[in-house]
Design a protein around this ligand. Structure first.
Ligand code: GBH
Length: 494
């Protein structure tokens, strides 16, 4: 890390875009309203033990009815953009015919954003496949990719006159490998071949979606968002540890990066996953579709990890530094048995480095973000003129509500502060990063962990649906307003 950016006042590049992000199923609620039908998350949430406390997104933050208030809040926080996703199951409830009443919600939302001077940053797919399409095979069925392209066209016909930024997919790694291999996310399947089939068909959907959008909106900003890890070998001098890190990097990052930005699957990954039939799904021409040029790569970063071919000896490394009140990750885990998400990383072990942990049990390691952005710039985006935005970064912590209702979340504030500084370090090292979206605007439905984990810079009281801006939110508003990260020891920090 650069000593100048580590603690001092940091000016961000002119025009840097400041936003927050949410996702339809995590915030909208209104799951049975205006003709919406089940997505795979509505179904998955009914499986006993799949989601902690049996929570689901039926009501969530009721953003569907409270979007005006939420947009006003974003305007008050001086934000420039709102990254949201649209619900496929609202728009095409059975995966087929359009539901105008559901589609109309996004009309209202986009108009509200524009009148508040917020840039609508639209993501078409944040994990909520219509259940009807899952029943036809879901992402293991090649046809789903073509249905996705139709959905992209529906959305563009409705909103293309007002929305200029289109993201096809959010984190296909999660959709494919948490959903179809680990079974920890919807639809809850546990199969290595299914995860790989899903990964390929998700990328095909992305490529077909980009082609359909590009044809209709040549000047639009088109792209997708991937989630990344930074896998470091425990012992860089041990070839087995280096190989463990290569596998994780391959099956997490490069399995998407290389097809999308280079038009080919990485040879080492193909070799690792050879027993599981990935190539059975790859038809002539697919990689040309998948690598259709994009304008923007959205980068989601939460944490990295140290990996090894051997398990960690007990006692070494420690269990990480858990702030008071932060539970062991497993205490809050759903009770259903799940498997590893990685199709071919048996024998790879993650080691604790003794770094601080968030309430998710994830290590806090901002310099991983610097290295990630610089590497992406050099190896993938730079040579193709693709811009990067940090489309998600943030942290869950167990917030304490003061007697006056205030939430003084210095832990979350420091997390975001550290990662913004890390982003600036990457920019100074040549990475073309043009904006940052905090995850999340609101506390929301944290997937398999239900409402037990809070990521918002705004607190949501799920009894009353009352919103309260946390200290991190007030601080983030000044950062967005001034385009400056204030010095860390600034005593006026909220
Ligand atoms: C994002 O995914 C989602 O886009 C968003 O919907 C969600 O609410 C948010 O994050 C918070 O969870 O192996 O234990 O080190 C996060 C993707 C993938 C990030 C797995 C952490 C490694 C966990 N995650 N990853 S670990």
């Amino acid at each position: 890390p650069n000593p100048d950016t580590a603690t001092g006042r940091v000016e961000m590049p002119q025009g840097f875009l400041w936003g927050t992000a949410t996702a339809a199923y995590q915030v909208e609620g209104a799951a049975r309203t205006d003709g919406r039908r089940d997505s795979i998350w509505d179904t998955f949430s009914t499986i006993p033990g799949a989601v902690i406390n049996g929570d689901d997104g039926t009501d969530a933050c009721d953003h569907y009815h409270r979007y005006r208030e939420d947009v006003a809040l974003m305007r008050d926080l001086h934000l420039g953009a709102y990254r949201f996703s649209t619900s496929w199951a609202r728009v095409h409830p059975d995966g087929g015919a359009v539901n105008p009443a559901g589609l109309a919600f996004y009309d209202r939302l986009v108009d509200e954003l524009l009148s508040a001077d917020l840039l609508p940053w639209l993501t078409l797919y944040h994990w909520d496949l219509p259940q009807a399409l899952e029943e036809a095979g879901g992402w293991t069925n090649r046809d789903t990719a073509y249905r996705f392209a139709e959905y992209a066209v529906t959305m563009h016909e409705a909103l293309g006159d007002r929305v200029g930024v289109w993201t096809t997919l959010n984190e296909p790694w999660c959709s494919a490998f948490l959903g179809y291999t680990a079974g920890v996310h919807a639809p809850g399947r546990q199969s290595r071949p299914d995860g790989l089939a899903a990964a390929h068909h998700l990328m095909l959907a992305h490529g077909l979606g980009i082609q359909a959008l590009r044809e209709r909106a040549p000047a639009a900003n088109l792209g997708l968002t991937l989630n990344f890890t930074v896998a470091d070998p425990v012992d860089p001098a041990d070839p087995a540890d280096v190989d463990a890190a290569r596998r994780i990097d391959g099956q997490f990052n490069r399995i998407f990066l290389d097809p999308i930005l280079r038009g080919e699957y990485p040879a080492d990954v193909l070799e690792d996953v050879a027993p599981y039939g990935l190539l059975d799904h790859v038809r002539d021409g697919d990689l040309d579709i998948i690598s259709t040029p994009i304008d923007t790569l959205g980068v989601n970063y939460y944490n990295g990890g140290a990996v090894s071919a051997l398990p960690q000896e007990s006692g070494s490394g420690g269990g990480g530094t858990r702030p008071e009140g932060v539970r062991e990750a497993d205490d809050a885990a759903p009770v259903r048995e799940t498997s590893s998400p990685h199709p071919a990383a048996d024998g790879v072990h993650t080691h604790s480095r003794g770094l601080p942990l968030t309430d998710m049990g994830w290590e806090v390691q901002p310099e991983g973000l610097t290295r990630l952005l610089v590497r992406l710039q050099e190896e993938y985006t730079g040579p193709r003129g693709v811009a990067m935005y940090v489309t998600e970064n943030g942290a869950a912590f167990p917030d304490v509500v003061g007697p006056d209702g205030a939430v003084d979340d210095q832990d979350r504030l420091s997390f975001i502060d550290g990662h913004l500084r890390a982003t600036k370090d990457a920019i100074d090292a040549g990475a073309d990063v043009r904006g940052y979206f905090a995850w999340s605007l609101l506390d929301n439905f944290e997937w398999a962990l239900g409402y037990t984990k809070r990521f918002g810079i705004v607190r949501v009281d799920y009894e009353t649906q009352e919103r309260t801006v946390k200290s991190s939110g007030r601080w983030y508003a000044t950062v967005a307003r001034d385009n400056v990260i204030p010095a860390r020891d600034d005593t006026t920090r909220p």
